[in-house]
Design a protein around this ligand. Structure first.
Ligand code: NAD
Length: 472
């Protein structure tokens, strides 16, 4: 496996591009080497963009049916290499192979790719009267630059690339330097079934050449689809202004869950846990703050902690691991700081002490308020703050008080009452009695500083097009 990993390369115009150096990718579960990835620079980026530009006219002119067929072939290709991709993800990202881990991530990538392949944006007749006919077309933009984070490297790449391709764009894909291997392998696999130049890849080590910044400023790229932190998304917006790029920015959040007094603590405990701790909390739309009504506060804490105690944390290739390590040192240190600060005022119900290496046990801390950094900062790790409330309007006010708004959830036995409250949450998605359960047919995106634009479904596909109206 190691030999294969170290041959994963960059692709431009269907051909492998050699870089003079490769950089080390660390396995967060073992602290060892996961592999070495190509360390590219401006030259590799220019080649990838030129290849994508060269391939664009033919791809945009390819019939809709043929593009759908080829996108479906990409889905099949991912499926037939699922185990290889899952093992790469576990090696560099750390998540377990089983459970809601890397096999699940690749399964999601296949499902999203298939669903997206089946979408289309046909011409719409806006008017057909004796006065005239008005037709609206959705036209591809050109080259789409995809910039992805380290938490779901394959799934998020598919979220970016498939709708771009399906609507007739060509792509330059850049993975996070922390998890480049599975994503670059994904691009190699796509190139086995797609015409040359339609999907190309670049990568660079952290701290050498800032590939993401160079992509955002590149004259040859028409749109950036970015998933990552708020601060980096703002940089993308700034550096893409000069070239008037279209942008989809999927950035950080700090999702609130609100448990109403009529909820059944035991019935919701498992859902609450996975809402917060999926992918070890390293999930954009994970529940990052939990507001629980005073009447059932202690019962909810007890049931949640009882469920969380059953979760085994361990290295991703071990069969019994349910959660893996934190992916990287910076994230681990941020988490450790936030938990240490929270311990000064809150009561640790579970966990609270860093483990070996990058392992951190699921941590639940009650007795916190809006002033605690673990409540108002995005922890992006396995630590959940619990805030007790007495008045539902006050809980809602606190939930809406932050300047981000990706997801939210209401937990209640009364669906209608929960729905009424859901409509008052300031975020892009609200779940009732679950959290973070995204699906390929429902648009997903943030409000406020969590970004703009949506992914998934027909609305997501439209983001990769410009409108042209023909008055005949
Ligand atoms: P990050 O912002 O550090 O990095 C994201 C990507 O941007 C990486 O590929 C990185 O190399 C690249 N990058 C770095 N500097 C850049 C620049 N100046 N210009 C352009 N690109 C640049 O984010 P991360 O730490 O990899 O991911 C964690 C964050 O991502 C969290 O805040 C999380 O909430 C967010 N996230 C959001 C979603 C969503 O859909 N909204 C999904 C997953 C993660």
């Amino acid at each position: 496996m190691k030999d294969i990993i170290d041959t994963i390369g960059l692709i431009a115009d269907g051909m492998r591009i050699e870089t003079t150096t490769r950089f080390r990718v660390t396995n967060p579960g073992t602290g060892g080497v996961a592999g070495h990835a190509p360390d590219g620079g401006q030259e590799e980026l220019d080649r990838a963009v030129a290849a994508a530009r060269g391939a664009f006219p033919a791809w945009a002119a390819t019939s809709d049916e043929e593009r759908a067929r080829l996108c479906m072939a990409v889905a099949d290709q991912i499926e037939s290499h699922a185990e290889e991709l899952a093992r790469l993800i576990t090696a560099e990202q750390g998540k377990p192979l089983g459970g809601i881990g890397s096999r699940w991530e690749v399964g999601g990538a296949v499902a999203w790719a298939r669903y997206t392949a089946g979408l289309s944006l046909p011409m719409q007749v806006l008017q057909d009267t004796p006065e005239g006919r008005v037709e609206m077309y959705r036209k591809p933009l050109g080259v789409v630059g995809s910039i992805t984070p380290w938490n779901f490297p394959v799934l998020i790449a598919v979220w970016h690339i498939l709708p771009a391709l399906r609507s007739g764009n060509t792509v330059v894909s850049k993975p996070s330097p922390l998890t480049p291997l599975a994503s670059l392998r994904l691009i190699e696999l796509m190139n086995e079934v797609l015409p040359a130049g339609v999907v190309n890849s670049v990568s660079a080590a952290d701290g050498s050449f800032n590939m993401g910044a160079a992509m955002s400023a590149h004259e040859g790229i028409a749109k950036i689809v970015f998933t990552g932190s708020c601060g980096t998304g703002q940089k993308v917006m700034r550096s893409s202004a000069e070239t008037m790029k279209r942008l989809t920015l999927e950035m950080g959040g700090n999702d609130a869950g609100i448990v109403l007094p009529d909820a059944d603590p035991k019935a919701i405990a498992e859902g609450l846990f996975w809402g917060a701790f999926i992918n070890n909390g390293q999930t954009c739309a994970a529940m990052k703050r939990l507001y629980v009504h005073d009447d059932i506060h202690d019962a909810v804490c007890e049931a949640l902690v009882a469920y969380a105690r059953t979760i085994k944390v361990g290295e991703g290739t071990q069969d019994d691991s349910v959660l893996g390590p934190v992916q990287n040192r910076a994230q681990f240190e941020k988490l450790s700081r936030l938990v240490a600060q929270a311990k000064e005022t809150g009561q640790v119900l579970l966990g609270g002490e860093p483990g070996e290496g990058l392992f951190y046990p699921p941590t639940i801390i009650a007795g916190l308020t809006a002033d605690d950094p673990l409540v108002y900062e995005e922890q992006f790790g396995p630590a959940l703050p619990i805030i007790r409330y007495r008045d539902v309007d006050d809980a809602l006010r606190q939930a809406n008080a932050l300047d981000v708004g990706l997801g939210g959830s209401i937990w209640s036995s009364d669906k209608e009452a929960a729905k009424a409250l859901a409509g008052r949450m300031e975020c892009g998605s609200v779940w009732i009695n679950s959290h973070g359960m995204i699906q390929p047919n429902a648009p997903f995106g943030g409000v406020k500083k969590s970004g703009f634009g949506v992914e998934f479904g027909e609305e997501g596909l439209k983001e990769y097009t410009d409108i042209q109206v023909i008055f005949a």
